[in-house]
Ligand binder design. Structure first.
Ligand code: GUN
Ligand code: ZN
Length: 449
């Protein structure tokens, strides 16, 4: 292929490259493309091409901007399908079960985000943490305050990140400063949608926190809003802990199951993303699959709060879309590598496993599919948005020792997902521009002209 040089500058990255074009559990090794010495060509913030260096190199213009990534692994940016920006500051807070943790830590932290300046500083820190951990897209709960939602959208917009977020709807069973009303929450959501939904790379998610903290009136309005505006998402929590399920069932007598509460209020749809999904039955899974809803698997949070073991195999049996979620701040790491580490262990406890290929699929294209964004992000097919990361598989002495003993690519990927964290992220790019570089003393992203 001949690359023309007549329009905007071409960026060329050379290194080991891997990206997924399908689910390895469905089509094995055909699901991913791996170039031990590859080139990623980027123009106008989008992928122009990706392939073996030996094949592409002879036809490239000499004046392109080049970044050498020898010894590094280039892959699409990670996708976090469930997290809370206002809970960054309470990560790693010692606690017991969900409701105690909410009352002791989450709600006080979210209350502090009523202050717009505080929320803005928190949103900037949150976005920068995502980027330094290699996450370029996230689906995010803010707080009940519109100012906090504004702050997150502002921060993501400034960084040109693809982000989905929404103001929390919560009108009962929570502290008074965090309580909205059915009409107030609805109006505030509509104002935010008008301003942010579809602006740049941003999208809005109607965000009823979970059924126990919304009245029937609020649930009704949330479902109506979700169905009213094209492209809107809906995000909420579902079946995280057994006591939470029992609580929801007491509050909504007559519901067949916890999922059924959301379904009754028209919140179960193609763009609904449900976090946790641990205590479900097969009828719930069947209904979620029939409606095209997605699940967010949040292993670090589920282990931290002792919530239970997500059944990925069962979700797969129903062809459900599943992405990975950090669920900060009940989750214990922003790193999708650390999240994969714990996902692997959760699956081992249920007699299942997670191959490194399946793991990296979940963290990239799998997440994009769960968020219905796979036409934009998640791999390096031509035309995709150039959000990508450069990982250093030898960034710590231990990784160096383990990687040097590895004989296969899968083994090296597995070492990364078990031992890796933000230290492995050498650089993060959004729309083809560097937004994070670990070694700030190095020349800017080792650009070689
Ligand atoms: N369920 C309702 N709210 C929350 C939250 O903030 N974190 C978690 N992990 N579960 C929830
Ligand atoms: Zn959550």
């Amino acid at each position: 292929m001949r690359i023309s040089t007549d329009n905007s500058p071409l960026l060329i990255l050379r290194g080991e490259i891997v990206h997924f074009i399908d689910d390895p559990l469905a089509c094995g090794a055909r699901a991913y493309v791996h170039f031990p010495d590859g080139l990623l060509l980027v123009r106008d913030g989008h992928v122009l091409n990706c392939g073996p260096a030996a094949e592409l190199e002879p036809n490239l213009p000499v004046d392109a901007r080049r970044v050498g990534c020898s010894g590094k692994l280039i892959l699409p940016g990670f996708i976090d399908t469930h997290t809370h920006c206002a809970q960054t500051e309470i990560i790693a807070s010692h606690s017991e079960q969900l409701t105690v943790w909410l009352e002791k830590y989450a709600w006080p932290a979210e209350t502090r985000h009523a202050d717009p300046a505080y929320a803005a500083a928190g949103a900037r820190f949150f976005c920068d943490q995502l980027l330094r951990h290699g996450t370029t897209t996230a689906m995010v709960f803010t707080t009940v305050h519109p100012a906090c939602t504004e702050a997150l959208f502002e921060a993501a917009f400034a960084r040109r990140m693809r982000m989905i977020a929404g103001k929390v709807l919560m009108d009962r069973n929570c502290p008074e400063p965090l309580r909205d009303t059915p009409t107030g929450g609805d109006t505030q959501s509509r104002v935010l949608i008008e301003k942010w939904h579809g602006r740049g790379r941003l999208a809005y998610a109607v965000t009823p926190r979970f059924a126990p903290t919304s009245t029937e009136e609020q649930m009704h309005r949330a479902g109506r809003l979700f169905g009213e505006i094209p492209g809107l998402y809906l995000q909420t929590h579902l079946a995280e802990q057994r006591t939470e399920v029992a609580w929801a069932m007491r509050l909504y007598p007559g519901a067949r199951s916890y999922l059924d509460i959301y379904e009754r209020f028209h919140q179960l749809g193609e763009r609904s993303v449900f976090a946790h999904c641990i205590w479900l039955d097969d009828e719930d899974r069947r209904r979620m699959a029939a409606r095209g809803a997605s699940m967010s698997f949040c292993p670090t949070s589920n282990l931290f709060l002792g919530s239970g073991l997500f059944d990925l195999g069962r979700a797969r049996d129903f062809d459900l879309h599943v992405g990975l979620g950090s669920d900060i701040g009940a989750g214990t790491s922003f790193s999708m590598l650390q999240t994969l580490n714990e996902a692997y262990k959760v699956l081992r406890l249920t007699g299942q496993t997670l191959t490194p290929e399946a793991g990296f699929y979940l963290a990239t294209l799998g997440g994009a599919r769960a968020l219905h964004l796979d036409m934009h992000i998640g791999n390096f097919l031509p035309g995709r948005e150039a959000d990508f990361i450069v990982l250093d598989p030898r960034c710590t002495p231990l990784l160096e020792a383990r990687t040097s003993r590895a004989t296969t690519f899968a083994e090296r990927l597995f070492a990364l997902m078990m031992l890796g964290d933000d230290r492995c992220v050498a650089a993060t790019y959004v729309l083809g521009e560097p937004v994070f570089q670990r070694d700030v003393s190095a020349p800017p992203l080792a650009v070689l002209h």
